[in-house]
Design a protein around this ligand. Structure first.
Ligand code: GDP
Ligand code: MG
Length: 596
């Protein structure tokens, strides 16, 4: 294939702006897939993805297209549309020379449109603005085109206006790509060199690596990690894996290298001809898990099974980091690191749906850094590891928390409320721009910890669902943080410890203690619930003892009824966790953990 007739491109968009629909239309147009009536999206494979309407794993597809008497090979690299997966967007973009920036004609520019634009802009690739959904009654393509000009300095007149749903003007897309996106610049006569930009685990063949071939045309590659691999299969995604005898410079395709584990495939790795190992291309810094949570089986007997399920699930998602953890309250479990809270939710949902797991997941924690006066440093991923107040006072030089730079886009009328919300979350305003007379773009610097809890929900509440939000990491800042412990009858419940900003300690303590009281059921003894910081009690609630005894009812009654009741009680207990000598129902704990 002449490299001049290859185009590698992606589609970037805010979630729901129609990326998957457009991808399907392009695959149909190029006859890669036949037209479907059920409107099932070909590129979104996982069940959770469909349910949540998000693409978690980037998927790529190749198509052939005839234009002006020539046959072109077009490689579409799908990208995820959610902020937790920005890392996957940038690695997908690294394999492209151009991208379609898709914007909904009714909604206009949203936060992820801005974030994704800058990711593409930073990669120096051709950006083609496309306004989608022009069939909608509320569509205002002219207004959106002018927003695009204001926000990105892309001429409004150059925006394509399409409807992916009704197939209007979709036929303009591929010609525009061919005309405006440069072909890849590799050399077919040079030794093999390829960039690994995605990989996943396939139950039948093992690890599959998606690579962009930069130079050469060969089948035998070896990693710069100096491990040699034999290629057992290579081909293109058409749109399923379709073997071909070789892949050449400029092509994007998959390689089966007989890797045993996904951890062997380092995204950003360069592969060379084993006789011509050169300088690796700039790789990607691996995604750092920024949200950590403990996962525990509700029934300790499920530990082994859950261990297997988690191991299996992480085979297909190498961005989850696992370590074992033991909690005095919840027993043996794991501490898992995720890219963000959506990533965490998706993982939990897959664990429950695909592996039938019954779990408790603790409140998420961001990674904190502690600098001690003696020069040592500690990274905290679990609130129980956070030094107590005495230790902080005696030994700690500074505590630092991760920060983010966030973009929020919304209608002008909620400006005041949104600024109040950001202020209450310790945010500092960086930018305030009008995209048009009533669309506002705000940039705030905020502590990540404030963002991973209910910030997004609050934002949606204030704006009746219309504000959009995205963020990127922005280093660490010093912060005045304390650890709050919860005790039940003076026994600390480690799984309920959290790290708080000192200014919020009192409000949160009171709230937690009140909510715990409401969720715990009365038992045969009094329960005292306390929130403490250091050895100071910040909030306290008591739950009086229950007098009624289940058995009392049966005195004089027949034995079988008594046995039945006792068994019923035992069954009820299976769903309970004894925490600090206090029985806490699974539902209560779960409710408590899921509401921040
Ligand atoms: P993605 O999240 O960007 O992949 O968006 P999807 O392709 O899943 O589309 C989100 C929703 O918008 C779906 O319900 C689509 O049917 C709908 N949609 C996509 N394109 C159009 C369009 O051109 N017009 C209209 N009216 N709806 C569209
Ligand atoms: Mg999609």
């Amino acid at each position: 294939f002449d490299i001049g007739q290859i185009r590698n491109f992606s589609i970037i968009a805010h979630v729901d702006h129609g990326k998957s629909t457009l991808a399907d239309r392009l695959l149909e147009l190029s006859q890669t897939i036949s037209k479907r009536k059920d409107n099932k999206q070909v590129l979104d494979k996982l069940k959770v993805e469909r349910e949540r309407g998000i693409t978690v794993k980037a998927q790529s597809a190749s198509m052939f297209y005839d234009y002006k008497g020539k046959r072109y090979l077009l490689n579409l690299i799908d990208t995820p549309g959610h902020m937790d997966f920005n890392f996957e967007v940038s690695r997908s973009l690294a394999a492209c020379q151009g991208t379609l920036l898709l914007v909904d004609a009714a909604q206009g520019i949203q936060a992820q449109t801005v974030a994704n634009f800058y990711l593409a802009y930073g990669q120096d690739i051709a950006i083609i603005p496309v306004i989608n959904k022009i069939d909608l009654p509320a569509a205002d393509p002219e207004r959106v085109a002018s927003q695009i000009e204001v926000a990105f300095e892309l001429p409004a007149s150059e925006c394509l206006q399409i409807s992916a749903k009704s197939n209007l003007n979709v036929d303009q897309i591929l010609p525009t790509i061919i005309e405006n996106v440069p072909s890849p610049s590799g050399n077919i006569n040079k030794p093999f060199k390829a960039l690994l930009f995605d990989s996943w685990y396939d139950t039948y063949v093992g690890v599959i690596c998606l690579m962009a071939v930069i130079d050469g045309r060969d089948k035998i590659v070896s990693a710069f990690s100096e491990r040699r691999y034999e290629v057992s299969e290579t081909g293109i995604m058409y749109p399923e894996q379709t073997p071909s005898s070789s892949l050449q410079a400029g092509q994007v395709g998959y390689f089966v290298l007989n890797m045993k584990a996904l951890s062997e495939s380092h995204v950003g790795d360069t592969f060379f001809d084993h006789k011509h190992i050169g300088t690796p291309m700039p790789g990607f810094t691996p995604a750092k898990p920024m949200v950590w949570a403990g996962i525990f089986p509700i029934d300790t007997a499920d530990f082994e099974k859950l261990d297997h399920s988690i191991a299996k699930l992480t085979l297909s998602d190498s961005s989850v980091v696992i370590q074992k953890e033991t909690s005095t309250a919840l027993g043996q479990g794991w501490r898992l690191g995720f890219l963000g809270t959506l990533h965490m939710d998706v993982f939990r949902q897959r664990l429950e749906q695909e592996y039938d797991a019954n779990i408790i997941i603790t409140a998420p924690t961001v990674p904190y850094k502690i600098d001690y006066r003696d020069g040592t440093q500690k990274l905290i991923r679990n609130p129980t590891e956070f030094p107590d107040l005495d230790e902080v006072n005696a030994k700690v030089k500074s505590v630092q928390e991760p920060m983010v730079k966030s973009t929020i886009i919304f209608q002008n009328d909620c400006l005041g409320d949104i600024m109040v919300l950001c202020g209450s979350r310790r945010g500092v305003q960086l930018e305030h721009t009008y995209l048009d007379e009533n669309r506002v773009l705000l940039k705030y610097r905020l502590p990540l910890a404030e963002v991973v809890t209910d910030f997004h929900d609050e934002l949606k509440g204030i704006s009746s669902g219309f504000a959009s939000f995205d963020y990127e990491e922005d280093g660490y800042d010093d912060a005045d943080l304390v650890k709050m412990n919860i005790t039940l009858n003076s026994k600390p419940v480690d799984a309920l410890s959290i790290i708080l900003h000192r200014s919020q300690a009192e409000t949160v303590s009171r709230d937690w203690v009140k909510r715990l009281k409401a969720l715990l059921s009365r038992q045969l003894f009094e329960i005292v619930i306390q929130a403490t910081i250091g050895n100071k009690v910040i909030a306290r609630e008591g739950l009086s003892a229950l007098r009624k005894n289940v058995i009392a009812k049966c005195y004089g009654g027949d034995v079988s009824r008594k046995m039945k009741l006792l068994n019923k009680q035992k069954e009820g207990k299976k769903r309970m966790k004894a925490i600090g000598g206090v029985e806490v129902s699974q539902e209560a704990f779960y409710d408590f953990m899921s509401k921040k």
